[in-house]
Design a protein around this ligand. Structure first.
Ligand code: ADP
Length: 216
């Protein structure tokens, strides 16, 4: 099973992608996480993308395609994948279609999370990430605990793009560039919309129900 997880910044894609990946044994491919690793390691690619990322702008399609095709080639034996934050515009949708065919995979469903703008903003401004394992927390809604988070508390950071200044820009880019691609998946009858304004566990229950119904 191969799933695309879709949603504006702050909708909870990262958190739910981790839940889905763990419980359904799917390999998570998060373009945001991959790009942040490059920035953290200060690689040539990391230096090149930093300004775009910090301003909430999309990184070039060529860079993203390169990352995705390398991973898909490296995980040929892995049965299922969950894409988090990819594809993000129509060009990426077309490229993914080609890559998926080349790798003999099929997209089983697209889960689209959504919430109102105020909720998104609150979540983004409270977000904390672990730079060691990539897990996402929120200081208000889902704080990291030393006992349950194996990496400890030393790797926790705010994201450099989670600022009041970039939020509106990111939500706007999502509305203009990313949201229009939902129609493409709606036409294929694989789109599921999920209200992501509630609690993490409740949202996950709904997601689990949808995925389980596809498995049977
Ligand atoms: P969010 O959904 O909260 O914006 P992500 O971690 O998915 O968080 O993405 C963070 C940033 O990484 C984006 O603002 C963008 O700069 C870059 N990025 C992530 N995925 C893509 C993609 N598929 N195409 C282009 N840029 C991307």
């Amino acid at each position: 099973m191969n799933i695309i997880l879709f949603g504006p910044p702050g909708a909870g894609k990262g958190t739910q992608a981790d839940n889905i990946s763990k419980n359904f044994n799917l390999h998570k491919i998060s373009t945001g996480d991959l790009l942040r690793i490059e920035m953290e390691r200060k690689t040539d690619l990391g230096k090149k993308i930093k300004s775009k990322m910090d301003h909430g702008m999309l990184v070039s399609d060529d860079i993203i395609t390169n990352l995705i095709s390398k991973i898909l080639s490296a995980i040929k034996s892995v049965e299922g994948v969950i894409f988090d934050g990819y594809p993000r515009n129509l060009k990426q949708v077309k490229i993914l279609d080609t890559l998926i065919k080349e790798h003999n995979r099929r997209i089983s469903c697209v889960l689209s999370l959504d919430a109102d703008k105020e909720t998104l903003k609150k979540r983004i401004l409270g977000r904390i990430i672990c730079t060691k394992c990539g897990m996402t927390f929120n200081k208000n809604f889902n704080p990291p605990k030393e006992k349950t988070h194996d990496c400890g508390l030393n790797y926790l950071r705010l994201r450099s793009d989670d600022t009041e200044k970039t939020i509106n820009n990111r939500i706007e880019i999502y509305a203009n560039k990313t949201l229009p691609i939902l129609d493409y998946y709606k036409d294929q009858k694989i789109l599921h919309k999920i209200d992501a304004s509630g609690e993490i566990d409740k949202i996950y229950d709904e997601i689990r129900g949808i995925i389980t119904s596809l498995e049977t």
